[in-house]
Design a protein around this ligand. Structure first.
Ligand code: BTN
Length: 252
């Protein structure tokens, strides 16, 4: 029982002990017509997925592994804005519950002390001009100890409890995230991306700093200037040329 205070998000919950990936289940439910706000949560994922075909380590009972179905009346090109919006909602919720101010790393990672504790994966079912559904996948390392991470990611990953030094209640965090997500999502549908962008920039540690962006076509180094009103990353290279980056992996 999650004790949600939301109106739409999480009003239909599919709770599973073990799944391959909550994304897979949510995609199927969305395809079958599940309502906006339907949430799939699992205690454990055996094939959790990350961006760029990576695995997402999702052991039993320690983290939040969930996927939310949205049906926003926006064109598919704007869907990445929902990833940024989700990152803001999660950053706010983490701050509220732990008093730690996390960093958002464009487009979708949340870091504490330079280590990743949240990943967001948004997937679309869409025609060229219309979104049928957006599946927002959220993975949060909540109560893992450092030994519970695979050795190869211990240097770059963390959990909220490691950073805070105490256990965190998962249900409370989920409540807080959904409440903020619902509020920001309403704002977004009413006023567009701009108010979200300002909040996002408040959490983005990389703005004004040098970063390396690895895109499908190559690697680019420069200063992260910020994001556009569309949510696209602006990178200034050494020749003062500005590049607009829609999708990449960022190294700080
Ligand atoms: C990333 O940082 O690469 C994104 C990670 C997203 C992980 C979440 S956990 C819940 C949902 N189900 C998945 O298989 N992936 C997402």
């Amino acid at each position: 029982h999650l004790g949600l205070k939301t109106e739409t998000l999480g009003r239909h919950i599919h709770f599973e002990e073990e799944v391959t990936s909550t994304q897979q289940i949510a995609l199927k439910l969305a395809y079958e017509g599940a309502k906006e706000g339907t949430l799939v949560i699992a205690e454990q994922q055996t094939a959790g997925r990350g961006r760029m075909d990576r695995k997402w380590f999702s052991p039993k009972g320690t983290g939040i592994w969930m996927s939310l179905i949205l049906r926003p009346p926006i064109p598919p090109q704007k869907a990445p804005q929902l990833t940024l919006l989700t990152a803001v909602a999660i950053a706010q919720a983490i701050q509220e519950i732990t008093d730690i101010v996390p960093d958002i790393k464009w487009p979708n990672d949340i870091l504490i002390n330079g280590k990743k504790c949240v990943g967001i994966l948004t997937e679309l079912q869409a025609d060229p001009d219309r979104i049928h559904s957006v599946i927002v996948g959220i993975g949060i390392n909540v109560n893992q100890t450092i030994e519970q991470f695979p050795e190869e990611i211990r240097a770059i990953a963390t959990s909220l409890s490691i950073e805070k030094g105490e256990r965190i209640q998962r249900a409370k965090l989920i409540q807080e995230i959904l409440l903020r997500l619902e509020y920001l999502y309403k704002q977004y549908l009413q006023y567009g991306f701009r108010p979200i962008k300002l909040l996002w920039e408040g959490y983005a540690a990389s703005i004004g700093k040098e970063i390396v962006a690895r895109t499908l076509t190559g690697t680019m180094k420069g200063i992260a200037l910020g994001i556009t009103d569309e949510g696209v990353l602006m990178l200034e290279d050494e020749n003062k040329q500005i590049h607009y980056i829609h999708s990449a992996d960022i190294q700080l």
